[in-house]
Design a protein around this ligand. Structure first.
Ligand SMILES: Cc1cc2nc3c(=O)[nH]c(=O)nc-3n(C[C@H](O)[C@H](O)[C@H](O)COP(=O)(O)OP(=O)(O)OC[C@H]3O[C@@H](n4cnc5c(N)ncnc54)[C@H](O)[C@@H]3O)c2cc1C
Length: 343
């Protein structure tokens, strides 16, 4: 059933299976797709009138929709790209929230705006990129983000925020903490360069570029190649990429683990903090390539849980077993990376 709020179509009991990259078969109590600020206003007004909670949704590639979603799911579909050259070498580029992220990386390369190449082929849309401060191959969104425009859900007000006020950290931001569920992101503005300023320090990327001139185009190609080799395409095998964050641990535990497991990769981050690859921990608990009923762990990358035809409970049960086994073997509790909706 479709109800109308002015010119906005709001669908009652809409399937979200095509709107989440795990292809979980759940429904939204109400669903709409917004193309403009005016339509966002209409959606928020509808939600206020009917006392509905709001759930924003982009490409659905970082959510585990484990149950039906009550309230109004708003699929953010605003489009547009704007740019301003601010010096001979700097350009400020604004992308609307509904643009596909990877397309914006390619478009930037085409126009000679550099800085995004390491972040190629990350699924999803622009609006979600600040939520977990997307990162890959040595670059994070926060390295480039100047500002963003958001609509405060409670008041409907359009607000400009500075990147530096967003509390960015590894896969984290205020949008997952103090400002959780308070804003709809409508655009982001990045500062990119007109001359290449490349970052090829990440070991896998460095190896892939051996013997190649590391132009931004070559980096983008190498990143896409590496990702295609080790990550399943959600359109073929539903998944949300990394299911767990790489854990940060203290030096004492790192020292003990290094003694017990000499082959464990341990990356010092600061004086007393080390990062471990969650994939290594999961693999050493015997999960890589494991299939359990309708869900499993990808055979090329143990950090990726895949859905063959299961539901959210199957995925979360497998994730729980992985967390328990990793904790009992290594004394480390893995944290789930995507947002889980299970109430
Ligand atoms: C194969 C694969 C590889 C991946 N690789 C990486 C990687 O290398 N690095 C990385 O960081 N991530 C990676 N991801 C995770 C994911 O692609 C990113 O987190 C992406 O930014 C999510 O975008 P989305 O539009 O799909 O967000 P969604 O899944 O739709 O939403 C994610 C969260 O953001 C909220 N949200 C979405 N849009 C908005 C908005 N406009 N305003 C307010 N809130 C919003 C949602 O409510 C939800 O809580 C990968 C995922 C897959 C499937």
């Amino acid at each position: 059933m479709t109800v109308a709020a002015n010119d906005l179509a709001i669908v009652k009991s809409a399937s979200l299976q095509a709107f989440n990259s795990l292809a979980l078969p759940v429904r939204a109590e109400f669903f709409c797709c917004v193309d403009s600020i005016e339509q966002i206003d209409q959606a928020l007004e509808f939600a206020r009138q009917h006392q509905l909670a709001i759930t924003p949704l982009g490409g659905g590639s970082n959510v585990v929709l484990a149950t039906d979603i009550s309230g109004l799911v708003i699929h953010i579909n605003l489009r547009g790209v704007d740019s301003r050259q601010t010096s001979s070498d700097r350009v400020e580029v604004t992308f609307a929230a509904g643009e596909n992220w990877h397309k914006m990386v390619l478009l930037s390369l085409e126009r000679g705006w550099y800085g995004l190449e390491n972040l190629a082929l990350i699924p999803g849309n622009v609006g979600a990129t600040p939520i977990q401060n997307i990162g890959a191959y040595g670059v994070e969104l926060s390295d480039l983000l100047l500002s963003l425009e958001v609509i405060e859900i409670a008041s409907g007000k359009l607000i400009k925020m500075r990147g530096q006020d967003c509390g960015f950290a590894y896969r984290n931001s205020i949008f997952k903490q103090a400002a959780k569920d308070q804003y709809l992101i409508v655009s982001i503005t990045l500062e990119l360069t007109k001359t290449p300023c490349t970052n090829t320090q990440y070991p896998v990327l460095k190896a892939a570029l051996r013997g190649v001139e590391p132009t931004p185009e070559a980096i983008c190609e190498a990143v896409c190649r590496i990702r295609r080799e080790k990550l399943p395409d959600p359109a073929q095998i539903p998944n949300v990429g990394s299911f767990f964050k790489n854990p940060l641990i203290g030096q004492d535990l790192a020292d003990r683990l290094a003694e017990d497991y000499p082959s464990m990769p341990i990356y010092p981050q600061s004086e007393n903090l080390c990062k471990l690859p969650a994939a290594w921990l999961i693999e050493h608990c015997g999960y890589r390539g494991l299939r359990r009923g309708a869900v499993g762990v990808h055979d090329k990358q143990a950090l990726v849980l895949v859905n063959y035809q299961g539901d959210g409970a199957d995925i979360l049960a497998l994730a729980g077993d992985i967390q328990a086994d990793v904790e009992s073997k290594f004394a480390i509790r893995l944290e789930i990376e995507p947002r889980v909706y299970n109430d």
